[in-house]
Design a protein around this ligand. Structure first.
Ligand code: MG
Length: 340
């Protein structure tokens, strides 16, 4: 098995602002694994929130030597070794996981959703994310999001009620909100959420700091709409601590090191009675198509990271009237833009 990687720079359609900060470009890494004339494509979309940058991904991948593994099918052993190379680095590890899964699907001539035993038309609707912005820009974004029946709105800053009020005055669509750990106390979170309930909000993502599970449990007892953990859940081992604090989990391939662990988190989360959401970073159609392969298992999808990118080098999963549309291509179902 041979591997190669390259840095990519993604330009955003709009500057993207959440409670933590603002960005106009995002760096990522594309990994290719080649074996027996078949190339599997993977992607790392590193997030500084989790201690990763394109540089840390490249440094991790530069230490990766896949030549000692004779067969890409042995994902269990390969990914166990990759995971043990260093703590963290989950986006870099996800690139390997995605490339291996893409290779296997191409080798078998099967899309991954089929290999996982899933039903293609059971994909959920995806939300479209609206970042924090001025009222004028928010208004324009709501109009641009006309084709998407569900909006996910970033809040968690002082005055965020104004954003919701403005959007509610423009549309009666389903709205989900994501506070990105932005509210400063459990009392503030309860006040905000009770007000959001009156605006017909479907659920709230990550109201408090990731470590404050006790606070989340306190909030949960006082509100009526579901609380979904995002920053509080990265990997499988985080699930146990969430019971009682959150109603659901936002699984992202870049947090949990790829499809293999994401599948386990879905099963374990179901066993714990948690709602399952699939999310993404700002990333290309490679990583979004990978997550979409699992989406027939999800209650909620927020897989719009590629739609926020102006120069996506790939094409894969599509969105039609908000619904994720999987294709029949083998593997992740993503190919270079303009390819066939
Ligand atoms: Mg989130």
């Amino acid at each position: 098995m041979k591997s190669s990687y390259r840095r990519i720079d993604l330009e955003l359609v709009h500057p993207f602002t959440i409670a933590r900060g603002s960005r106009t470009r995002v760096g990522g890494v594309i990994l290719e694994i080649e074996h027996e004339g078949i190339t599997g494509i993977g992607e790392a979309a590193p997030s500084e929130r989790y201690g990763e940058t394109p540089e840390t991904v490249i440094s991790f991948l530069s230490l990766l030597d896949l030549r000692s593994f004779p067969d890409p099918m042995e994902t269990e052993e390969i990914l166990r070794r990759v995971d043990s190379m260093a703590e963290g680095n989950c986006a870099a590890k996800a690139a390997v996981d995605l490339a291996l899964h893409d290779w296997i699907g191409k080798k078998l001539g099967t899309p991954l959703w089929k290999l996982f035993g899933l039903t293609k038309d059971k994909t959920p609707l995806t939300s479209f994310t609206i970042g924090i912005d001025t009222p004028e820009v928010i208004e324009r974004k709501v109009l641009e999001a006309d084709a998407y029946p569900i909006l996910k709105v970033k809040v968690g800053i002082p005055g965020d009620e104004e954003i919701i009020k403005r959007i509610r005055s423009l549309t009666d669509k389903v709205i989900r909100v994501d506070a990105n750990e932005g509210w400063k106390s459990r009392e503030q979170a309860v006040d905000k959420i009770l007000w959001l309930e009156e605006q017909g909000i479907e659920f709230v993502e990550q109201p408090l700091s990731s470590k404050d599970l006790e606070g989340a449990a306190w909030v949960r007892e006082r509100v009526h709409i579901p609380l979904i953990a995002d920053e509080s859940v990265q990997r499988l081992s985080d699930l146990r601590g969430l019971v009682g604090a959150y109603d659901g989990i936002n699984i992202k391939l870049m947090k949990c090191a790829g499809l293999r662990e994401a599948m386990r988190m879905i099963q374990a989360g179901r066993g714990l009675g948690l709602k399952i959401m699939l999310g993404c970073m700002v990333e290309t159609s490679v990583a979004v198509s990978a997550a979409a392969q699992l989406s027939p298992l999800a209650d909620y999808a927020d897989l719009d990271g590629n739609i926020l990118v102006a120069n996506d080098p790939f094409q894969g999963v599509l969105v039609e009237a908000g619904k994720l549309v999987l294709n029949d291509r083998p593997g992740l179902g993503a190919i270079p833009k303009g390819g066939r």
